[in-house]
Design a protein around this ligand. Structure first.
Ligand code: GLC
Length: 422
């Protein structure tokens, strides 16, 4: 108990340290703005000691939703030249500048959970209803702009949208992204964190080529998907969207918004059926689909395990649990962001091997929903052990437990509050 309260206090202190009043930075220095999925998951952490602050975090994000429905991946509330690429590179021409791409839509899930936990349901019902409508518009935007053929699954057009920036999943499709003509630039991330843990220069050139390309198309979301040389259907990303659709449907029902409920429940069901195309029997998990090459990508990354966050069939969940057992046998701490037996695995380089606690949290939640409590408990145990060993890092080496990337990291602290308070 005393150990729990000490770790509770340390987690709360990190959220307060990174709190800018109406939004939270992921960590000072490396990420000095508001990030989309960071904020939604951070709000869950806030809810354990300040419910109003939790709602404000998400409301601030949605105040910057685009007119077409997109919710951007970064909101540049205050100028800070310690981060690259900043607002001038994105040039989305908004009053408060934002990036021009999106991030995993976990808001529907987070808002439902916050409402379930709320002690002030009646007082906040109108505010929540407003958020439900905004989230519904975002979901609609996804299916309109990122699923033009109506397949039921949406594509990413930039690796940063996935939240898994330099995953091995993108190596093959990245060959189609050119690098010529990219404006000269100076990276800032490698000044804040160990360059050996960060994406390579070659990857950065391609990230920037895509940004400059979309900028040249005026950030017009009605044409970006078809004009992008990078179009990937990521199972983890889609699972987050589909789970959010399912949760939003329940919340909309509760708040007497039957049309929103109906639409979102339909999207969830259709998408879960469509996910079958991404199943890999060879890897016993889902894999990404390359919508340009029209083929599966042979890369067994965490995205295909995170799929369990969506309400899948028992057969798929059982197969994913056996996959997790294999991963556990090959790395000390669950869950490595890439298959540890693959020779491309890199235990310290960002999304090419390290453990990320937000992903663990969503996998745990999905397993619990499916009744797989034992595996869920193992992942939670490892998650807490990593913090006990190495503090509140951005991510961790799954073999040595070393903390990597930024320090005093907001969403890591928020996830700890979730683990110890639930
Ligand atoms: C990195 C992560 C991304 C996260 C951001 C801020 O870019 O890959 O998922 O949202 O940092 O923490």
């Amino acid at each position: 108990m005393s150990e729990h309260s000490e770790i509770y206090d340390r987690s709360v202190a990190i959220l307060k340290l990174n709190d800018k009043g109406s939004y939270t930075v992921p960590t000072h220095g490396l990420y000095p703005f508001q990030w989309n999925w960071d904020s939604c998951l951070t709000a869950l952490g806030f809810s354990h000691f300040d419910e109003q602050r939790a709602w404000l975090e998400i409301e601030t994000l949605f105040a910057h939703q685009w007119e077409d429905g997109m919710v951007p991946h970064i909101v540049f509330h205050e100028l800070d030249d310690g981060y690259f690429p900043g607002p001038d590179v994105w040039n989305t021409r908004r009053v408060v500048p934002t990036s021009g791409i999106t991030q995993p839509p976990v808001a529907g899930f987070a808002v439902k959970r916050l409402f379930d936990r709320s002690e002030n349901r009646e007082q906040i019902a109108d505010r929540v209803k407003a958020l439900v409508k905004s989230i519904d518009r975002w979901h609609q935007w996804f299916f309109d702009c990122r699923d033009p053929q109506g397949e039921g699954l949406v594509a990413l057009i930039h690796p940063w949208e996935s939240g898994r920036d330099n995953s091995i999943d993108w190596d093959k499709p990245f060959v189609n992204v050119p690098t010529d003509g990219v404006q000269p630039y100076t990276r800032r991330d490698t000044q804040h964190a160990n360059p050996a843990h960060r994406p390579t220069k070659d990857q950065y050139d391609r990230y920037l080529w895509l940004v400059e390309h979309f900028r040249s198309l005026d950030w017009d979301n009605s044409i970006l998907h078809d004009n992008s040389p990078f179009r990937i259907v990521d199972p983890g990303f889609n699972a987050i969207l589909l789970r959010s659709c399912a949760e939003l449907a329940l919340l909309a029902e509760e708040l007497d918004e039957p049309e929103i409920a109906h639409r979102n429940s339909r999207w969830a069901k259709r998408g879960i059926n469509a996910l079958e195309k991404l199943w890999s029997s060879e890897h016993s998990q889902y894999v990404c689909w390359d919508r340009v090459a029209e083929e599966q990508i042979n890369s067994a990354s965490i995205g295909g395990i995170l799929a369990v966050f969506a309400p899948l069939s028992q057969e798929r969940v059982t197969a994913i649990v056996s996959r997790l057992k294999t991963i556990a046998a090959n790395s000390k701490y669950l869950v490595a962001s890439h298959d540890p037996t693959d020779n491309r695995f890199d235990s310290k380089r960002y999304w090419r091997g390290p453990v990320w606690l937000i992903v663990n949290y969503m996998i745990i939640d999905g397993l619990q929903q499916a009744g797989q409590h034992q595996m869920a408990a193992s992942i939670e145990h490892d998650s807490q052990a990593l913090i006990a060993e190495s503090g509140f890092a951005e991510y961790y080496d799954p073999v040595s437990a070393e903390g990597c990337g930024g320090d005093s990291f907001t969403w890591t602290a928020a996830m700890m509050l979730e683990f110890i308070s639930s």
